[in-house]
Design a protein around this ligand. Structure first.
Ligand SMILES: NC(=O)c1ccc[n+]([C@@H]2O[C@H](COP(=O)([O-])OP(=O)(O)OC[C@H]3O[C@@H](n4cnc5c(N)ncnc54)[C@H](OP(=O)(O)O)[C@@H]3O)[C@@H](O)[C@H]2O)c1
Ligand SMILES: *[C@@H]1O[C@H](CO)[C@@H](O)[C@H](O)[C@H]1NC(C)=O
Ligand SMILES: *[C@@H]1O[C@H](CO)[C@@H](O)[C@H](O)[C@H]1NC(C)=O
Length: 266
């Protein structure tokens, strides 16, 4: 099976994953969002965001759950992603982490659960245990993060069902065409993280010039780059006014000539 890139047209545009689940292509990353998490999630949902990306590591799964409750939206209207670093506890560790995640989210299920990275030594055991949790409907889709081609090939050799998503760092300084092409060939949806290069590149001269020409902000140009590549993308902001700025990336395009310039050396 192969999946072509889907370019989001608005905040509710979705992509159909290899297990049939439909996932929004655009959302909010919540890394480093702490004290104001509940409030910010509520604000993002009010502005039309429908995908939220958290993790055990971020210590804000509970804030995400609280923000969703506060918004008054139905659980099924919002797509929640969380992740967990495989540990040497293997299957037991995975089940324990998921159960804590669901308690924090105050939900019976998480929409997408990711192995946060190919580490811990017992990834395959953890993955198999989580496939069972998917059967139990505690997880709608199962995926991975920070997996390279050789990690996915190793999974395939073990006869493991392909993940639905691979979440990897993607922006003009991290193009990763080998793993992107591999995932697309295998029908694994590509989800990019750090679309703003963690905020480090909004002052970059090349990006700034393109932004000026298009009458957009540098942040919008970087986010649009991910949208236009057909990546599921999750720009993070803890600044309420940027929630709108970052989501205003659907009714304009970066011309090909500028996309070609935005292939940057690290
Ligand atoms: N799977 C993984 O291993 C992994 C790793 C890293 C990240 N992630 C996920 O991806 C999400 C996004 O990545 P990220 O948080 O690393 O970085 P990012 O989204 O690339 O950048 C966030 C930074 O950019 C700033 N920013 C946001 N919008 C801006 C704008 N319009 N103009 C200028 N600056 C702006 C933010 O500051 P303010 O908050 O002050 O606006 C923050 O400092 C994370 O939150 C997390 O959900 C996953
Ligand atoms: C929030 O974002 C706006 C731009 O939309 C910026 O002017 C302001 O300085 C930011 N606030 C903080 C606290 O970073
Ligand atoms: C594009 O969408 C934004 C809202 O996201 C809106 O403010 C703006 O007017 C739209 N521009 C055009 C040209 O339709």
């Amino acid at each position: 099976m192969s999946s072509t890139a889907s370019v989001a047209k608005n905040l509710i545009s979705k992509v159909k994953l290899n297990d049939g689940v439909e996932m929004p292509l655009f959302g909010l990353g919540v890394y480093l969002i702490k004290d104001n998490c509940e409030h910010l999630i509520h604000a993002a949902l009010d502005k039309g965001y429908r995908l939220l990306d958290t993790a055990e590591l971020y210590h804000n799964e509970a804030g995400v759950g609280d923000g969703l409750k506060k918004s008054g939206l139905a659980r099924e209207d919002v797509f929640i992603v969380s992740k967990w670093f495989p540990s040497n506890e293997g299957a037991e560790g995975a089940k324990k982490a998921l159960s804590t995640c669901l308690k924090n989210l105050k939900s019976d299920y998480v929409d997408l659960y990711l192995l946060h990275a190919p580490q811990g030594g017992k990834c395959a055991e953890a993955y198999r245990a989580l496939l069972d949790c998917k059967k139990n409907k505690q997880i709608r889709s199962l995926g991975v993060s920070n997996f390279g081609v050789h990690h996915l090939e190793a999974m395939e050799k073990l006869g493991l069902e392909a993940p639905s998503v691979n979440q990897i760092e993607l922006h003009p300084w991290q193009q990763k065409t080998d793993i992107v092409d591999y995932c697309r060939k295998k029908g694994i949806a590509v989800m990019g993280y750090s679309p703003l290069a963690k905020g480090n590149k909004v002052k970059d001269e090349t990006v700034r010039k393109i932004a000026q020409k298009l009458n957009k902000t540098p942040g919008q140009v970087l986010i649009r780059w991910s949208v236009q590549h057909g990546f599921i993308t999750i720009p993070k902001t803890s600044n309420e006014s940027r929630l709108e700025e970052n989501a205003d990336v659907f009714n304009w395009t970066i011309p090909d000539e500028d996309m070609n310039i935005l292939v940057m050396n690290t």
